[in-house]
Write a protein that binds this ligand. Structure first.
Ligand SMILES: NC(=O)c1ccc[n+]([C@@H]2O[C@H](COP(=O)([O-])OP(=O)(O)OC[C@H]3O[C@@H](n4cnc5c(N)ncnc54)[C@H](OP(=O)(O)O)[C@@H]3O)[C@@H](O)[C@H]2O)c1
Length: 278
């Protein structure tokens, strides 16, 4: 299978670019600006991939409130170009989305059938991207959340681990509920979905389980043998951010588990494997 990875220098993109058991072409922003429609179509025509894997994103959630045009260009219009490019070469389009397409008012993990209602410009731009991805002949929209791993080491998990290792205090939300996603598990689940010829669809591609950031912090402290007293319990209400964030955002990955024939590893196990690499 030939994979064309877009956004190959990012957290998830660099993880895909390192895949060795497939023919992989990774393009970074330097190689291809995905907001250039003609360039996207030309890249697909040149490479003739079986699968276009879109790992690009404008991920600055607060920045998107003041720069909606860039967020829309990268997270939505570029996906439209990729769907057009995939149609021309008969490729599958894999597109990653986010828990931020939900409003965070649920009291149990969101499923793919739950109503989307983004509360930020970033979330709106990602939801539009989900819709445009569905123009490809075969497509997967994979929602990930609180992604960690990859070359960059800049995720919230990395920030908490770095602070604890250095004996610094780390603020952790006691009321934001998430299902973290390890880039290696996301990559493996994506490849499993592709290998099984699964029908097109939206899937929640997160590790299993749910927890608050305080739970995540305690787990990391435990793994590092660090002082859990360095974790500073913080409420979402105590922090003012430019963009509104969904508070409860655990995602159920049951549909994906059924599609690939196995459950995804729990988030505690995923963080344990990642922290061992630090
Ligand atoms: N990180 C999370 O916690 C999180 C949570 C939910 C969903 N997601 C989704 O998961 C996917 C992967 O996220 P990630 O964390 O791996 O993202 P990332 O590390 O920020 O990587 C995104 C990549 O896209 C590139 N890019 C941005 N604009 C571009 C353009 N116009 N043309 C070409 N490339 C461009 C960036 O290049 P530069 O570095 O040069 O800007 C970067 O290499 C995204 O769809 C994201 O929305 C992530």
């Amino acid at each position: 299978m030939k994979l064309l990875i877009l956004g190959a220098a990012g957290q998830l993109g660099s993880t895909f670019a390192a895949v060795r058991n497939h023919d992989v072409v990774g393009l970074t922003r330097v190689d291809l600006d995905v907001t250039d429609h003609r360039a996207v179509v030309a890249a697909a025509a040149r490479e003739t991939p079986d699968v276009i894997v879109n790992c690009t994103a404008y991920n600055n959630v607060d920045g998107a409130e003041d720069d909606a045009m860039t967020a829309l260009a990268v997270n939505a219009m570029a996906v439209r170009s990729m769907a057009a490019a995939a149609t021309r070469v008969g490729a599958t389009l894999v597109h990653y989305s986010t828990d931020f397409v939900f409003d965070g008012e649920a009291t149990r993990p969101y499923t793919e059938d739950d109503r989307t209602r983004p509360v930020s410009t970033y979330g709106c731009s990602k939801l539009l991207g989900e819709w445009f991805a569905q123009d490809a002949p075969r497509w997967y929209v994979l929602r990930v959340e609180s992604l960690f791993g990859g070359r960059q080491a800049r995720s919230s998990v990395d920030k908490i681990a770095a602070a604890l290792k250095e004996g610094r205090r780390a603020p952790v939300f006691v009321d934001r509920v998430v299902t973290p996603s390890y880039v290696e598990d996301v990559r493996d689940a994506t490849l499993a979905l592709l290998a099984r010829d699964t029908p097109s669809g939206v899937f929640h591609c997160v590790n299993s389980g749910q927890g608050t950031w305080a739970d995540v912090g305690r787990h990391i402290a435990d793994l590092l043998g660090a002082d859990p007293g360095l974790l500073v319990p913080t409420s979402v209400k105590d922090v003012t951010l430019r963009a509104q964030r969904p508070v409860y955002c655990a995602l159920s990955n049951d549909r994906l588990a059924a599609a690939i024939g196995r459950p995804l590893p729990g988030w505690q196990d995923a963080i344990r494997r990642y922290v061992a690499t630090l």
